[in-house]
Structures are given as C-alpha cells and as structure tokens.
Design a protein around this ligand. Structure first.
Ligand code: RET
Ligand code: FE2
Length: 294
C-alpha cells in the first residue's frame, strides 16, 4: 500500500447521513436490525480476507497448514471470548483498548504510532464522552457489573486522543485530507447520532470497506468476483458460528442477544485478526519518514 488517498473516502459521509436519518426517523428496533445486518454484510467481510492474507503472506497452503491456521485462529477467538463470562467489566475495558489500537492502524501508515493511537482513541471514546447515558445503556448489556474506569475517563481519553492525533498530523509527511476530515466527522457523528448509529456509520461505511478494499488491493484481488470468492467462505462460516450461538443468546431479550452477538462476537474475532495482521504486515516505522513539522 502506497501513500495514495485512502479508498472509500465518500462512503463515510454518506453512511453518517443514512444513519442520521435512520436514527431520527426509525425506532430502536430498526437501529438494532441495521446494526446486525450492517455488521454481518458490510462489516464481517473485511476480516474474511484473513485466510487469503495467511495464504499469500505466510505461505499457509495445503491441508495441514490450512487446518493448523484455522484451529489456531479459532482457538485465539475462543480464548478472547472466555473472559466475558467471568470478568465482563475487565473484558470490556480491554476490548475498548485493543479496538482503539486496531481502528488507529487504519491511519498508522501516514500518521505514525502516536497519530494512529490518537485517532483510534477518538473513534472509540467520543461516543462514550459525548453521550454517556445512551452509551452506558448499551454497555450494560455487555458488562452488567458496570462499564469500568475507562468509561468514566472517556473525556480525558478523548483529550489525549486529540492531542496525539494533532501531533501525528503535524509530523506526517503527506497526510491525506481524510486524516483530519474523518476525525471531525466522527466528532459530529458522536455528537448527533445515537451511539449504535454512530458505530454502524463508522464500522460499516468507513473502517470495514476501507480495510477490505486496501487489503484486497494489496493481495492483488482487483475485481469484485475475485473479492467475493475470497471473502465468501469465511463470511459464511462466521454467520454459521453466530447461528450456533443464537439459541443460547435468545434465552435473553432480542435486544440483549443482538448486542452481545455483535460486540462480544467482534471482540472475539478481532483478536486473531490483529495477531494475523501483526504477523503478516511488512514492518512499519514508528513514524513516517521525512517529517514536515507543524
Ligand atoms: C460497544 C459500544 C461501542 C464500542 C464498540 C467497539 C469498541 C467495537 C469494536 C469493533 C472492532 C474492533 C471491530 C474490528 O474490526 C461504542 C461504539 C463506543 C458505543 C456503543 C457501544
Ligand atoms: Fe477491523
């Protein structure tokens, strides 16, 4: 991936408008449906390229290596799932932190470690800081014992995130307009939209499509049929796994089932996804070369 403009630049503003309309005009149920459908159809495929990443970057070919990769991937996902049973508040805090890191990586190539961390902190903690009551209501389904100390420090984490992001932008050699535009749109979205609508707009219209298209490009998957062929098996397998959890989840309310499935499911899937990314990624310096200063 070079220093070209990040792909899918216009999708995010469009997603914000769509979700703003849905948030204002439709009810809570429509929002939950949009969350489940959006994550399943637009969100999951960005991780579904992982087997192809492993094949091309780590040489995972043939039955034995593919089986070991699959088992390792599932074992890491399961290991990430278990803490949610016994220590949900701790699991939630850790999830918020590694999500911030993971989301920040979308900008790391241009903004360096500090800028990326700042960006990721803003993505995750802006809705918690700007809409604490609505966010706490959602988080209560994931961690009934309380959202934990990071939730209460969300304002400070956003302030730290903004400072780190500005530092990263100042030091970046060739920041793209979307590197400062997106955080401003995130601020607007976190302020105007319900936290779930904000998440759908960000995750389904910015993070996932950008990640999917950039990874597909890097893997040489240039047309949609080949992208579909590469993402379909893992996407369908994840739907099947989610289907297995459904009878157990539906012992609770539908709202609780959707929120736990989506967020705890993403928490589990993101761990092997991040481990694979760190193993497969070409080494990245701590900051871009030829920094320009503010
Ligand atoms: C639960 C929750 C939030 C956090 C969601 C996170 C942190 C999702 C992470 C997803 C990942 C890491 C996907 C990987 O591609 C918000 C939006 C702050 C507020 C609403 C409730
Ligand atoms: Fe991701």
């Amino acid at each position: 991936m070079g220093m070209t403009a990040p792909v899918g630049t216009w999708l995010f503003p469009m997603g914000l408008v769509v979700m703003l309309l849905l948030d204002r005009l439709a009810g809570e149920t429509a929002l939950l449906l949009a969350l489940a459908a959006g994550v399943a159809v637009l969100g999951l495929p960005h991780g579904a390229l992982d087997p192809e990443v492993a094949r091309q970057r780590l040489g995972v070919r043939g039955f034995a290596r593919s089986a070991i990769f699959l088992l390792g991937y599932l074992a890491l996902g399961l290991a990430a799932l278990l803490p949610w049973w016994h220590w949900p508040t701790l699991a939630l805090s850790v999830f918020l932190l590694y999500s911030a890191w993971h989301f920040g990586e979308d900008t790391g190539e241009r903004l360096g470690v500090a800028g990326a961390l700042g960006y990721g902190l803003l993505v995750v903690f802006l809705p918690l800081a700007l809409q604490p009551a609505a966010s706490a209501a959602v988080l209560a389904y994931l961690a009934p014992g309380g959202p934990g100390p990071l939730f209460h420090g969300a304002g400070w984490l956003c302030a730290a995130g903004a400072a780190l992001l500005v530092l990263g932008l100042c030091r970046a050699d060739r920041p793209q307009p979307s590197d400062w535009r997106d955080p401003l749109l995130l601020l607007l979205g976190a302020w105007l939209l319900a936290p779930l609508a904000y998440f759908v707009a960000y995750f389904c219209f910015l993070h996932s499509p950008r990640h999917l298209l950039e990874t597909a490009r890097a893997l040489g998957l240039h047309d949609w049929p080949s992208r579909l062929r590469a993402t379909a098996p893992a996407t369908l397998a994840t739907w099947a796994l989610a289907g297995l959890a459904l009878p157990w989840l539906l012992q609770q309310s539908a709202e609780s089932a959707v929120l736990q499935m989506v967020f705890i499911g993403l928490a589990a899937l993101t761990v092997p996804h991040m481990v694979l990314e760190s193993l497969a990624a070409p080494r990245r310096g701590s900051s871009p070369e030829g920094q320009s200063g503010c």
